[in-house]
Design a protein around this ligand. Structure first.
Ligand SMILES: Cc1ncc(COP(=O)(O)O)c(C=O)c1O
Length: 416
């Protein structure tokens, strides 16, 4: 009888436990990636019958730009040649050699054993931040930022500290503010140049000042150079090329300049300074733990970096045309300010919000009224009441003209 009672008790306990929600880590509450979170609302709007224009994600393929044929041939061939097993954690040698050779050619000499191929720039960034941080660590992150940085830092349980970039001066970093944020726990400086979300490119003097700042404080620089080949006036030199012995880790990928974001293939290149030896060892160790990134796609890295790059010439021209159109059309809206981007495919206008309204109110209102989906500036770290938003301007000029017409009408109503 006693046994049966216990059994009954146990059974009841099991029932009540299955009805209790399984708790998740409190870190999840601090993890946010607005660029995709906002899609839930867009899908609701779409389900209600409205055509949604997804100007939230920077994916050139979604807007008709095509992955170069020789990259697809390289991946196809790799699959047919049987490169379908696991590969080296650091990436296949030919890809690492191609990345190192290209960095050399751009004026930043590094060796292939300082290159790690990863599942996009995204995984490379996560590997680097994990290698550098514990839960007391602080990272200096630009504001506005590409939100992966703050998301991964939250996931690790460390702390992001935003440094200002100044919209009145082409969104360049505020070096005095940077200086004021350094503490004994500061572990790294993130520099995104050319920048997402602002479309800025930093002048050489600013880049040198950032290197000097990092050197003064003994900080490694995480240089996000994923848009480095998409400066409209030509490729941007790697930050590391301005000081060959600076502790720079540079990130890039096939996603943007090689039009293959779905392949999830990127890399981190680590500067030659012995100060980064332990970081390279730590990244290697972490990379071992996830076996390797997709192997067939790694065969496209050599094809991309050593092969025909003429698609970049036409892509840059298309981007420049769209950037000019975007700047002009946005600034023509009463009260709206916007810097014309000089690289990449993002613009960050400021909307003159009425009192009490937030950037999210504006962006959701725009979505519901017109089907145009952008991302609110607070998703990138800016104050919600400042009224910034990010537009991806990869759509055709005709479609962009439609979008800006809809936006002008909506903004006139909203900001009345
Ligand atoms: C600044 C920046 N860094 C990293 C990434 C991630 O790119 P990947 O596709 O290489 O992971 C993006 C993607 O939009 C980006 O804009």
């Amino acid at each position: 009888m006693e046994g049966r009672t216990l059994h009954a008790l146990g059974y009841n306990l099991a029932v009540s436990l299955t009805q209790t929600s399984i708790p998740v880590s409190p870190r999840i509450g601090r993890f946010s990636y607005a660029i995709r979170n906002i899609v839930v609302e867009a899908q609701r709007v779409e389900a209600a019958g409205m055509n949604v224009r997804y100007l939230n994600v920077g994916d050139p393929v979604a807007f008709g730009f095509q992955t170069p044929a020789h990259l697809m041939t390289a991946v196809e061939r790799a699959i047919r040649d049987g490169h379908n097993g696991y590969g080296p954690s650091a990436g296949i040698l030919s890809a690492r050699e191609a990345v190192a050779a290209e960095e050399n050619e751009k004026g930043w000499p590094i060796s292939p054993d300082r290159v790690f191929i990863a599942s996009g720039t995204s995984e490379a960034i996560e590997l680097a931040l994990t290698a550098l941080l514990d839960e007391h660590g602080e990272v200096l992150v630009p504001n506005p930022t590409y939100p992966l940085y703050t998301a991964v830092i939250a996931k690790i349980g460390a702390r992001a500290k935003y440094y200002r970039t100044d919209p009145a001066r082409g969104w360049i970093p505020d070096l005095d503010h940077l200086d004021s944020l350094v503490t004994p726990n500061t572990r790294a400086l993130v520099v995104i140049d050319p920048n997402n979300p602002t479309g800025a490119q930093y002048p050489t003097a600013v880049r040198k000042a950032l290197l000097e700042f990092a050197d003064r404080h003994g900080l490694p620089i995480l240089a996000d150079e994923v848009y480095g080949d998409l400066g409209y006036e030509g490729r941007v030199a790697p930050l590391g090329s301005l000081d060959l012995d600076a502790p720079v880790l540079s990130f890039s990928s096939l996603s943007k300049a090689y039009l293959a974001p779905g392949w999830r293939t990127g890399w981190v290149s680590i500067g030659r300074t012995p100060r980064l030896d332990e970081v390279a060892t730590a990244i290697r160790k972490l990379a071992d733990g996830r076996l390797c990134s997709t192997i067939p796609m790694q065969y496209a890295v050599t094809a991309a970096l050593t092969g025909d790059k003429s698609h970049q010439v036409s892509f840059r021209a298309a981007l420049k045309e769209r950037a000019t159109l975007t700047g002009e059309r946005l600034r023509a809206m009463p009260g709206v300010t916007c810097m014309t981007p000089t690289a990449g495919f993002y613009a960050m206008p400021r909307i003159p919000l009425p009192p009490g309204k937030t950037d999210e109110d504006y962006v959701l209102g725009l979505l519901r009224a017109t089907g145009v989906l952008c991302v609110y500036g607070s998703g990138f770290g800016l104050p919600a009441e400042d009224g910034y938003m990010r537009i991806v301007f990869l759509a055709s000029p005709d479609e962009l003209n439609d979008v800006y017409r809809l936006m002008a009408d909506f903004t006139a109503d909203f900001c009345r």
